[in-house]
Structures are given as C-alpha cells and as structure tokens.
Ligand binder design. Structure first.
Ligand code: KG4
Ligand code: ZN
Length: 369
C-alpha cells in the first residue's frame, strides 16, 4: 500500500486505521438483486463515503413476486459497468467484493468484475461475507465519521435479519463470529415477502407491510410467536406464515376481498409477532453472553417498529448496552457496507490478496478467524 502524499510504501502487516494517511477502498456488491459500487476514503482518521451507487432490480422482480436467479445475473451484467462509469475516477488501494453468501450467478458478476479490476490495476483484492457487511454498517452513522466511532466494546452480539438469513451471532473480537442461532426454515425477510404476497401487497414485502402495519391494530389478530420461549437461539417463521394464511382464508371465506382495515390489522399483528420473537431472543442472548454491544443488520433492520422495540428492550437491561442499527438508507444491500467490512478486516490485520485467490461461496458462513 502506498501513501498518497509521499509515496511511502506502507507495509501490509502494520496497516492500522490510525496509521493510514489515505486509503481508498472500492466496494462491490452483487449477491442478490442489487448491483452496488461504493468508494470509502480513510484520511487522517476520518472515514468518508465518496460514492454510493446502487442499481435496484426491484421493478423487474416485482413482476414475478421474487428473484429469478438467471434474470438477476443478466441484470447485474448490464448494470455493473454502467455504475462503474459513474464512479469518481480514482484508483483504489484495495478492492472489496462480496464472495458469499448469495446467488452463485449473481455473485460471479461482482467477483469477476473485481478480479478484472484487481488484475488491471495490480490492486489487492479482499473477499467479504455479505452478512459481515450488514453487521458493521450501523457504525457508519453519517457519511463522514471519526475513526473513534468505529470502536466497539466486546463481546458483541449481532442480529442479522435479511431476505435470506436470520442469525444471532456472537463476536468475541473484531471479525470473530460464532453463530449461536439461525432460522430453521424461512428467514424473517422472506416471511415478510410471503405474507405480503398473501395480502396482495407488492414485492418486496417488508416496506409494504410496514406501511400498512402503521395504520393497523397489532392486537387485532393473535398470531403465534414461534420458538419464542424455546431455550435455543434458533428461529422459525414458516408456522407464523401458515397461521397468517389460515387467517386470510377464514376472513375471505365470505367470498370477498380483504378490506383495507383487515389488511392493515393483519400486517400489524404479523409484524408484532415477528418483532416479539426477534427482541425476546436477542435480549436473552445479550444477557447470556454479557454482550456490551448489540448490532442489528440486514434489510429487515429498516423496520422502524423492530428497531424501536429492540432499542427499548436493551435500554431496560441492567448492563449498559450500546445498540447499533444501520441508517434506513443503508439497511438494504449496498456496497458501502462491503467496503466498511473490508476496512474492519484490514484493521484486524487482514490484507488483500491476489485476484487469483478469490473464491465464490454461495453458502459462505460467518466464522471465527
Ligand atoms: O438485506 P436485504 O436487502 O437483502 C438480502 O440480503 O436478503 O434484505 C431484503 C429483505 C426483504 O425480504 C425485504 O422484504 C426486507 O428485507 N425488508 C423489510 C423492510 N425493508 C426491507 N422487512 C421489514 N420491514 C422493512 N421496512
Ligand atoms: Zn443483504
């Protein structure tokens, strides 16, 4: 790595945030249905977002009510170079790309682009776990933050809730992950998407359900809270989805369409059930592992009710807990989170490697390092 001011060669092994005179990280994300590029600049202890570009495929997948992998990959191919042309013309010191988990063909578009850039610029390349990106995003409270804002007290706990994952993860040190619970069937975001479909709401379901839920009564319908009192930290949302389906069938038996009030009430009652389970398990895990920091991350983290309920429950704990949730605009998939995760890895001693070493893994797991 080379200092931009004096061309001094910075040895990789001694590379720490506070040593960095200037560093630019290019983040690339294409694991599902969002193509994203971002530039993160670290200068004099300040971390700044210089670019954050996202091309969403939502209008395309809306028609099929979900992501068709082949279609998603083709869209990534079209979008990624279009986005690259809009980036500021700077050469990064490090390229960070999502290497999993995700859809194989979608991931390949991002990683092959990253490899080509790393080869042509002779720049180190770092493969990032998409979920790690979701976890650390909350630390970026504004577009420019101080290095000290990135300090985390350990042990920390992370609740990752996205369209494909629902996991509780303990972090004993930076970049050291231990999954203590995960969903046994549907992910939380998937449940939002499926229930939205039952209610005739658009894809993706989470934002649509949240809008309706705000106008509904969360106690109008009594939905189950699956595994809420179970000792394990695992989740299950398919029974809740089935229960919503039975309710919709019963209410519509007359035969007629659901009224707006019924849709709002079902949305509110369903959201409340999901929130109760997520909050109960996270608080129990926080206590059991003595977590001093709790991260919330993933698309579902955009849900204001879930954020508020979790924040309130953590404030009520005896131990002081720092609760870190992403800005709403960075809750969904983006590349800033991938560049930020790379910065964390670099600060924990990681260095980018050769483009030849990067491997895609659609089932990549968070693990200890
Ligand atoms: O993290 P993400 O953007 O993509 C994946 O990595 O899967 O998460 C997408 C998921 C979708 O299932 C979407 O319905 C859900 O996040 N989501 C929400 C909200 N916004 C997005 N769920 C609940 N409330 C929201 N406001
Ligand atoms: Zn995601």
């Amino acid at each position: 790595m080379v200092c931009r001011r004096c061309s001094f060669q910075i040895p990789h092994s001694k590379f720490q945030i506070h040593d960095v005179v200037a560093m630019i990280i290019l983040g690339i994300e294409s694991s599902c249905d969002e193509t994203a590029l971002a530039l993160l600049e670290i200068q004099n202890g300040r971390v700044s977002v210089r670019a954050n570009l996202v091309a969403s495929q939502i209008p395309i997948h809306e028609k099929t009510g979900g992501v068709v992998p082949e279609v998603a990959a083709r869209e990534h191919v079209g979008a990624i170079m279009h986005l690259a042309r809009q980036l500021p013309q700077v050469r990064p010191d490090l390229i960070a790309v999502t290497r999993g988990p995700g859809l194989l063909t979608s991931l390949l578009v991002g990683t092959e682009t990253a490899k080509a850039l790393a080869f042509s610029w002779d720049t180190p390349l770092l493969g990032i776990n998409h979920l790690e990106g979701h976890i650390v995003t909350g630390l970026l409270a504004r577009d420019t933050i101080l290095e000290s804002d990135l300090k985390v007290r350990y042990p920390a706990l992370a609740l990752v809730v996205s369209g494909g994952h629902t996991e509780l993860v303990v972090m004993r040190r930076p970049c050291d992950y231990m999954i203590i619970g995960e969903t046994r069937d549907d992910a939380a975001g998937e449940a939002f998407d499926k229930v939205a479909q039952l209610l005739g709401l658009p894809y993706p379901g989470g934002p649509a359900i949240e809008r309706c839920a705000r106008l509904g009564n969360p106690r109008a319908f009594e939905f189950p809270r699956p595994m809420m009192h179970n000792k394990s930290f695992d989740f299950s949302f398919s029974g809740l989805k089935t229960s919503v389906w039975h309710t919709v069938e019963r209410v519509m038996a007359s035969p007629r369409k659901l009224t707006t009030l019924e849709v709002n009430n079902i949305a509110a009652s369903f959201s409340s059930a999901v929130s109760d389970v997520l909050v109960a398990k996270t608080v129990r895990a926080q206590r059991q592992y003595g977590a001093k920091t709790v991260f919330l991350g993933g698309g579902v983290a955009a849900n204001k009710m879930i954020r508020a309920h979790l924040a309130r429950a953590l404030r009520a704990q005896k131990q002081a807990v720092r609760f870190i949730a992403p800005r709403i605009s960075l809750s969904g998939d983006n590349a800033v989170m991938i560049a930020l995760a790379a910065l964390f890895r670099v600060n924990a001693g990681a260095r980018g490697g050769s483009w030849r070493a990067l491997r895609v893994d659609p089932n990549l797991k968070l693990k200890a390092h």
